[in-house]
Design a protein around this ligand. Structure first.
Ligand code: ADA
Length: 734
């Protein structure tokens, strides 16, 4: 039978080194999981080391081990090379999936060198996105020692066993397949039923019927079965064994009924999650994954969008175990790369091959905001082919796309996958909260046959900032609450939204960012990057989604209040809440999640909320002058796309219109922007449309023109336009 050897301890490590011929005694020593960007990838400046990291270890094998030795790497970003005694033996592109290769060992103490490479690339996704691409071997690495007859483990990082279920009514047909090398039979076991099936052409397959199958039914009852496969050789010896859990359930997405689980409406209401943590980067252990899952379960989410790449297998296991429906996706994101086509296919093949047994995964995400940098025929073809690949590999799950808000709701791309969703940020980047409602109602009216979801929404929030009159762009906890209250109402009124995901459950690293008083961090989380602080909006979701009784008084960090009467919001999933100020009854309210009180304040007060045996309290203080520490000091918003290395040899929003009009391609983009009617557009832009000759001498930058065009020019729209200009070189190519 197979054996495994953990290789995570004591690697010699050095950045930018050559592959050594002998063990480098003078290098640093690190343990895996490891990233060299744990700190510089989270401190802002968009200057984290993107380079090659070289890890070296002497193999710990004894002669008897030398049957068939394979190396398993569960996550290396973004590409990796495997060297044995100074000879390159394998390579892999893609930073989020499992990769395995055979190690042609002879002595067993060969020098093993693995190289992680997160340098910019024009063919490995992601290259342009609002999160840090940490470099390193950030998940576990181990050896797998196999007998001569064994299950497949190299092809697309397969687990060796795949389980496909088919609903027959109350019964389920379960097809278990295995790919093998050698061996005569495979003994399959499912729910106590056994079948011994001969190996034919390296494969073996068995069909079982589960009568009155026990369904995997989301949060209600995430029931898991086990499937085991044992490979038996000619002499009847058990050579190798693999197993997987699986679930019996059906998923579907309907344009009007939304998401269906086991045939009934089951609207996906959840959050997105990135896989990094303050101080650790993406080098997490099960402890961090468990903590994240516990927080997601605490608010009562029934789904999680695991953005923007394949997550650790362990996290999908947790979704299986606790009944959270998962959206899985590859990092085909922000900008299509002409040379990246094969990488989209290989990352998708690996995602499906490695994750298809998880009942929690309901959809395969093809891309995220991929049209932001312009739409080409190649991009469209890439999506058509990627969608065909997914449907061929796994017809049981819908394909989806998360679109950027500027993608026209009538663009043919929305009909490539089985369902679409949009990342919409009105009320944060621009516009007002009601525009989110108008967007989805407009989409649904124009495309009644296309299932629509809300794949991202959120606003950056620094728990240090507070205001009694919160407003868009102030980064206060109070505005985050107003924002999410509005969106929750939008969602409750639109059951046809097949999914909705708050972006994001946790603050995460985006080293190019510098906004909201925090460098290098996207602060749209309901929980801070270190998982230590639940922002008030966390409890808003808990009040609407969780059964666990609680009361939470908002504003504990908004202590000093320069006003005579102050608003105190209480969040709870109880029907009524009473409020006491300094022990004196101050009122009782009934409500649905949010209970708002207006309190006259004169000094320092203890504010206590009570509902039955539940209670929570905060302290606030009346002050004469506003506490300046609660207010974001002015300073530009440096979005990730501002600083993500603008190509200076190409045009950008920063260039003057008069200069761009001298370039044929750039002038077309300028005129396209001017001629594009926008909501509440200004006379300024109308005048330019009526007198295009003015553009020839207009010395404003294109960004200034957009800012003057309409209040609804979002940062996302700017990204879109900027990326189009970035495709155009400034010098006419001779
Ligand atoms: C986009 C993108 C996310 C994140 C988000 C934001 O929708 O898909 O990765 O960048 O915007 O926070 O602006």
């Amino acid at each position: 039978m197979r054996r495994t050897i953990d290789l995570n301890q004591n690697w010699a490590f050095r950045l930018d080194a050559e592959v050594p011929k002998v063990f480098p005694e003078d290098w640093d020593t690190v343990d895996l999981p490891h990233t060299w960007n744990a700190l510089d990838g989270q401190d802002g400046g968009n200057d984290y080391r993107r380079t090659r990291g070289v890890y070296v270890k002497r193999l710990p094998l004894k002669p008897l081990d030398l049957s068939k030795v394979f190396l398993e790497i569960n996550g290396c970003n973004s590409s990796c090379e495997v060297w044995l005694d100074g000879k390159l033996i394998a390579a892999h592109d893609g930073g989020y999936s499992t990769f395995r290769c055979a190690l042609p060992v002879v002595s067993g103490d060969e020098l093993l060198t693995i190289v992680a490479d997160n340098r910019p690339s024009d063919r490995v996704y992601p290259q342009q996105a609002d999160f840090t691409f940490y470099g390193g071997f950030y998940r576990s690495v181990r050896l797998i020692l196999l007998p001569k007859a064994h299950f497949e483990l190299v092809k697309d990082g397969t687990p060796g066993i795949s389980v496909k279920t088919e609903c027959l009514g109350a019964d389920y047909k379960v097809v278990v397949e295995a790919e093998v090398t050698g061996g005569k039979y495979v003994l399959f076991t499912v729910d106590g039923q056994k079948q011994r099936v001969p190996v034919q052409n390296g494969r073996s397959c068995a069909e079982f019927i589960l009568e009155n199958a026990h369904l995997w039914d989301g949060l209600n009852d995430p029931y898991l079965y086990e499937a085991t496969a044992v490979l038996i050789d000619e002499d009847g010896h058990m050579e190798d064994q693999v197993q997987t859990s699986f679930g019996c359930r059906t998923v579907a997405i309907d344009p009007e009924k939304g998401f269906l689980l086991n045939g009934r409406p089951y609207p996906l209401r959840g959050v997105s999650r990135h896989q990094d943590r303050q101080g650790l980067g993406n080098a997490l252990t099960k402890k961090e994954h468990d903590e994240d899952m516990a927080l997601i379960r605490e608010i009562g989410a029934n789904s999680v969008r695991l953005a923007h790449y394949q997550h650790d297998q362990y996290f999908y296991d947790l979704c299986d175990r606790y009944g959270l429906i998962a959206w899985a996706e590859i990092p085909y994101i922000s900008a299509h790369m002409a040379k990246g086509r094969e990488n989209t296919f290989s990352q998708m093949r690996e995602l499906i091959t490695q994750c298809r047994n998880h009942p929690s995964i309901a959809v395969w995400g093809l891309s995220n905001e991929i049209t932001m940098s312009g739409i080409t025929d190649y991009l469209r073809e890439n999506h058509d082919e990627l969608n065909r690949l997914v449907k061929a590999m796994d017809p049981s799950r819908p394909t989806v796309m998360a679109n950027v808000m500027m993608l026209e709701v009538t663009d043919p791309l929305i009909r490539v996958p089985d369902a679409v969703a949009y990342n919409i940020y009105f009320g944060w980047y621009v516009g007002e909260l009601g525009d989110n409602d108008r967007f989805f109602d407009d989409f649904h009216r124009k495309n009644p046959d296309v299932p629509i979801g809300f794949s991202e929404y959120g606003c950056d929030t620094n728990p240090a900032f507070h205001a009694s009159t919160p407003k868009r762009g102030d980064y206060t906890e109070e505005y985050q609450l107003v924002y999410h209250e509005h969106i929750l109402k939008l969602i409750e009124e639109r059951p046809w939204l097949w999914c909705t995901y708050a972006w994001n459950m946790f603050d995460f690293a985006a080293d190019a960012r510098d906004e909201g008083g925090m460098k290098g961090i996207n602060q749209k989380g309901l929980v801070t990057f270190d998982r230590k602080l639940k922002k008030d909006a966390f409890y808003l979701y808990k009040a609407h989604w969780s059964e666990e009784p609680f009361v939470h008084v908002c504003g504990r960090r908004y202590v000093n209040r320069a006003e005579e009467v102050t608003e105190v919001k209480v969040l709870s999933n109880q029907k009524t809440v009473a409020l006491y100020m300094d022990g004196i009854f101050a009122g009782e309210k009934s409500g649905n999640g949010v209970f708002t009180f207006q309190l006259p304040i004169t000094g320092t007060h203890c504010i206590e909320a009570v509902s039955g045996a539940l209670r929570d309290e905060i302290t606030i203080r009346r002050v004469d002058t506003p506490d300046e520490s609660y207010v974001l000091k002015s300073g530009g918003i440096l979005n990730w796309f501002d600083a993500s290395g603008l190509k200076t040899d190409c045009f950008s929003l920063k260039d003057r219109v008069c200069d761009m009009m001298k370039n044929e391609a750039a002038s077309k983009v300028v005129i396209g922007c001017v001629n594009r009617p926008g909501k509440d557009e200004s006379d300024f832009i109308r005048d330019l449309r009526a007198h295009p000759e003015k553009l020839e001498t207009l010395e404003l930058s294109m960004e200034e023109v957009l800012d003057r065009a309409s209040p609804f020019i979002s940062a996302n729209i700017k990204r879109h336009v900027n990326a189009a200009f970035q495709q155009i070189r400034k010098q006419e190519e001779n």
